[in-house]
Design a protein around this ligand. Sequence first.
Ligand SMILES: Nc1ncnc2c1ncn2[C@@H]1O[C@H](COP(=O)(O)OP(=O)(O)OP(=O)(O)O)[C@@H](O)[C@H]1O
Ligand SMILES: [Mg+2]
Length: 270
Amino acid sequence: MALHLENLTKRFGKAGPLAVDDLSLEIEDGKVLVLVGESGCGKTTTLKMINRLIEPSSGTVWIGKDGSRVDTCLLDPVVLRRSIGFVFQEDGLFPHMTVAANVGITPSLLGWTTDRIDARTAELLKLVHLDPEQFAKRLPADLSGGQRQRVGFARALAAGPSVLLLDEPFGALDPLTRDHLQIEFQELQRKLGFTAVLVTHDMAEALLLGDRIAVLRDGKIIAEGTPRDLLQLGPSQGDADRAYVDDLLATPRRSAQRLEHLIRSGENPA
Ligand SMILES: Nc1ncnc2c1ncn2[C@@H]1O[C@H](COP(=O)(O)OP(=O)(O)OP(=O)(O)O)[C@@H](O)[C@H]1O
Ligand SMILES: [Mg+2]
């Protein structure tokens, strides 16, 4: 499914500031768009407007395939949400429900038979590298952070969504687990071919995972393009938004240069 966000705006309350300000974006079918920006810039609000967990103040979210598309506000939000997987910031699992029940929640809401739900749950747990025998009956509290996040992925994929929304899915993990899960996410996305919108505040993650990246600042998109486009932006020449994007890029770029130097010369750069 392709997504088209058109002039999306969100103001919480009558006189509050704009959390999202006239944001337009196109996400092609089967591609990964990464939304990046600092805390409070409107990332989660944008993601939640896509599946109507938050209603926009104005603007439209279109969803479609092969040239035909529908305005999501004409769809039943519950039906829409069941067709779009959501991986929440902080895993968002139901703490009183087992791993299997968490993963099977959407299929059971869709009225699948118990046998079909059980088979699907086992298949998904294997897909995210959790042994069903070992994990299906556990509660979320009895898992590590990385395992909980894997269950969150499995749950989001349960009904075979063609769109996956991921809100800082790797944010709270140690670097090694994050690295594993990033690779697993890429493999899953290539294998299953869903369209993804992934939110992060980590520019290195954005560059590694995005087909395209949109940089948000104060609810507005200030840069958008492929990772290469962003890395090849010239000097900011006094433009404050460009300087901001440069700042975001400086850390991963410097780390990459230092590592390259280390590999080539065997010595840390001064
Ligand atoms: N329900 C709400 N009522 C009022 N203001 C809200 C509400 N939800 C979000 N906001 C405000 O909207 C702005 C954008 O919030 P949002 O959660 O989208 O940020 P974010 O980019 O996801 O940040 P973070 O990286 O910290 O998760 C913030 O200023 C926030 O305080
Ligand atoms: Mg957020």
